[in-house]
Design a protein around this ligand. Structure first.
Ligand SMILES: NC(=O)c1ccc[n+]([C@@H]2O[C@H](COP(=O)([O-])OP(=O)(O)OC[C@H]3O[C@@H](n4cnc5c(N)ncnc54)[C@H](OP(=O)(O)O)[C@@H]3O)[C@@H](O)[C@H]2O)c1
Length: 360
């Protein structure tokens, strides 16, 4: 038995690679034909349909809202910062949305999710697309963490914050043959330092939705979007630090990032979802690293180590974002640079309480 396994280990990978190399042009041609056919003939007409977007108050979620708005959908925008949703809802209406509802809600709380999905259905009588974008990254090495109670918070937002809305929306999505759009990340398989828990949550997310895909069969579509570095609040340094506070790199806060790949990616994701694509990747050439991960993991490891670890000491300062995530002890100085807290955690405003659905 061991001999057979050893022989297969030796033969199957190169044989499969050779077969794939020959089949690749044909497969690419078939995919291209399918893509053209779906774009021309089967792309979903979204006019008057109902799209719920979590994490719509910034970044990719905000741009996705605008892309759907151009398709004249009715939008339901969810995030904790209601004041930001107000401006975004006005922009969305200008771009073509008939009705835009906004609601401050925390996707980590099942009751909040139940409330915004039920109220969406009560108001519009249907839910067609659920777009999960709510997320939080982090910027500490695993061993730097000073309080392990921050670990579940990251998993809560990045994993359960997708699962709860999906769970409560599924019965309604089945009625409309609707679609779930998931924002994962290339980090679900490509490791980056300082993001171990975020990457783990994204891996869990991808596996969860791949399994759900089988369970819901064709009754509800699932589009998994994986992307690399996109200019948003997250890439402008909004992260959880090792004491568990949600903070932002001061120097990066005001960096203007529009006009970059956020709009491009939002366009790709919405057209992919409307076409019924199971995956949207940006940029798609990242997939090549996956081959290295499987066939030459050491090459990938040393390349990433060379590129990412050596120069990643950050010399900058943090400010609070207004949302203490934990009641915690005073912040500890990080190695590699001074920390300036322009607002102490105690002075920050409390988290917004869930509010009534608002029609803008
Ligand atoms: N930007 C990138 O380079 C990149 C790369 C790979 C993957 N991604 C993924 O793309 C998605 C969007 O990322 P982004 O860059 O647009 O991030 P972002 O600008 O930081 O936006 C995150 C959104 O999530 C919301 N949110 C966070 N916690 C929440 C909670 N508990 N309840 C409700 N809403 C919550 C935030 O709104 P409030 O703070 O107002 O609640 C915000 O609207 C995420 O899933 C992220 O993991 C991004």
């Amino acid at each position: 038995m061991d001999l057979i396994t050893a022989a297969l280990n030796f033969l199957v990978p190169p044989a499969s690679l050779v077969m794939l190399a020959f089949a690749w042009p044909t497969l690419t041609f078939i995919n291209a034909c399918e893509w053209i056919y779906d774009t021309v003939f089967t792309s979903e007409n979204m006019e008057n349909k109902v799209v719920v977007i979590t994490g719509a108050s910034s970044g990719i979620g905000e741009q996705i809202a605008y892309e759907y708005a151009k398709r004249r959908v009715n939008l339901v925008l969810i995030a904790r910062r209601e004041h930001r949703l107000r401006g975004i809802s006005e922009n969305a209406r200008r771009l073509g949305s008939r009705h835009v509802l906004i609601m401050a809600a925390d996707v980590v709380k099942e009751d909040d999710c139940r409330r915004f999905i039920n109220e969406t259905n009560n108001y519009f009588g249907r839910v067609d697309h659920l777009v999960n974008t709510a997320s939080l990254g982090h910027t500490f090495y695993f061993e730097e963490a000073t309080d392990t109670s921050v670990f579940p918070i990251l998993m809560d937002i990045n994993f359960w914050g997708n699962v709860y809305p999906t769970y409560v929306a599924l019965p309604y999505l089945r009625q409309t043959s609707g679609r779930i759009v998931v924002n994962a990340s290339v980090e679900n398989w490509l490791p980056l330092p300082r993001m171990s828990l975020y990457s783990a949550a994204k891996s869990a997310l991808v596996n969860f939705y791949e399994t759900l895909r089988f369970e819901v069969k064709d009754e509800v579509g699932i589009t998994v979007a994986t992307h690399g570095w996109i200019g948003t609040e997250m890439t402008r340094g909004k992260f959880m630090v090792e004491e568990g506070a949600e903070m932002q790199w001061k120097e990066e806060r005001e960096v203007h990032v529009s006009g970059g790949p956020v709009e491009e990616f939002a366009k790709l994701i919405v057209s992919g979802a409307c076409r019924g694509d199971p995956y949207v990747k940006y940029p798609s050439w990242y997939d090549v690293f996956f081959l290295y991960r499987v066939f030459a993991p050491k090459v990938l490891y040393w390349t990433l180590r060379f590129l990412l670890i050596n120069g990643d000491e950050r010399r900058t300062s943090f400010i609070g974002t207004g949302r203490p995530l934990l009641e915690m002890s005073p912040p500890r100085r990080l190695t590699g640079g001074p920390i300036t807290f322009s607002q102490s955690l105690q002075q920050q405003q409390p988290q917004p309480q869930p509010q009534q659905l608002k029609l803008e």
